[in-house]
Write a protein that binds this ligand. Sequence first.
Ligand code: SF4
Length: 644
Amino acid sequence: MAASTGTEIGSPGTPVDQRPKAPRRSLGVVFYLSASWIALLVFFALFRDLLPLRDPEALGIRTREVMAFEGPGLNAWFGGDGSGRDLFARVVQGARPALILGLTVTICGGLLGTMVGITAGYLKGKVDAVTSILIDIALAFPGLVLLIAVRATFGNSMTVFIVLFSLTSIPAYARIVRGATFALAEREFVDAASGMGATKRRILVRELAPNIALPVLSFAFIGFALVIVAEGGLAFIGLSLDQVTWGQLIAEGAGDISNHGHVALIPSTVMFLTILAFNLVGDGLRSLWAPREVATQRRLRVAGEHRSSTTSAALHVADLHTTLHTPAGDVRAVDGVSLSVQPGEALGVVGESGSGKTMVLRSIVGAFALADVTRSGTVEVDGVDMLRSAPDEIKHALGTKIGMVSQNPLTALNPVRRIETQIVEPMMVHRDMTRAAARERALDLLRQVGIPAPERRLREYPHQLSGGMRQRVTIAIALANEPGLLLADEPTTALDVTVQDQILTLLSGLQRERNMAMVLVTHDLAVVKGFTDRVAIVYAGEVIESGPTDEIFVDPKHRYTVALMQSMPNLELPSHSALTTIEGRPPSLIDPPAGCRFSPRCSAAQDICSTEAPVRSGDDHHWFRCHFPADVTQVAAPTRREDD
Ligand code: SF4
């Protein structure tokens, strides 16, 4: 695996003026006002006993200091309640249980919920499925009924409330953290850590947890407010804590609200402002989430700028793993693939359907039909790290350094847009060309790919072209930005057999003429033989043999390679000879066979084949993974189908 040779950001060797500056973050006046309100409450809760406040329980009828239902004024800022107790002192007294309850529940419920959510979100699979069901059940449970039942059974102490509220808040935290973890786990920096051998625990603690912290903190403030609301609601129905709370004060004053509204309205207002403040602070913190992502991207971008390529290859893939997370389980579609292609070189990637050869190509460009996919390892295209670079850098590389030719030109082209638009736009976007200049180049490209009357073709729509013409157009689009790497995924599969050779000849000619590297994915060994310099045989998500095309055709080593060759038409055999077939099907990549993955289908398999994975043998030039390599000096070369 390629190691970065660049200076890491923040390392001692990084000049201070080159370190990425933190983005300027503005939280706004409302955030600071809200935070100030919370700070004021904390101050009163902490230093209540040291402040020159009246005794909150002292009855005005005795002290004569505050009259029953006295209105707010200089004598009593918040007025008095029905017993002549100072409402300000009582509201201040209620701040402490509110903050203790909210803080403790937030810490306990938040921590437990975060642990559950981050574990489920990262491990996915069965752990996540079971956790999700439990979360759904917990959230569907009528919490108020539980609160009332537990409160009635275990009393109204602070401990009971803390345990009760903590347990009921876990599912909400777990769900939020799980969602955030899902998104983060697919980010390149997590793949990078995984590819560099970090354990799951380390990834959870070092990579994911710090990024989860901010959204959790944001929700914690909102959760804090919800705890205060819940306590107030319980107090209102007579299930309050065993000490003075705001909910209790509101409940006490509710009966006299028509004549002495301040008794209920003032604690209600304090509670409302507190809930609002916690929500606004939570929202403010959540707004930092996006800048943090930007900061991460900037860090990656600068790191990418400092990273120098470890190879001169147009494409360098090392220990690439791609896992598709499906409801049926994790599919290890690409499992430790390494390959490289030099400028001017054509590499054939060969395998039968379901072998994973197309997934190798998709993993290079990061294009997957499924959303839940993780990649790790190294993919460098002309020195650009396609897994760890900033999204903009990857996007630019995809648009300028890589040309793609897909299986089916009909689906590759937009049916409702003219050919001109589809060729011209990539050049205007990635090369800042004017429309006129891009159009001139589009005409030139159409001529190069052998399309007659290019002026007319530019004005046409894809359905007006034949299959071969459409594929020529997709080749023109692929070449538009002069990429150094051409990725062709079974480029002739959907075409009439009579034009397959023309398209392959065209592709091969353009590739050599422009000194491009080309990866040609195909199931057809005859295509590989005719148009590639080297070949990588893929089976069950792994490259099982790789070497120069000529050598592999003369001296294949892996039994699967031999079987593939024997299954191809051979003109040297008597006519009407039955083609050899490979028994069985490629294995499931959710739970591939132990040892050699080809062993269930291999006629040469022995006991060791199903227990020990064969290590790489041969040399860098031509290598294979087989315990009992074939001893053949000549395997009949397959012939092109049109020659049959
Ligand atoms: S390792 Fe064994 S099972 Fe696999 S291809 Fe070689 S001989 Fe066959």
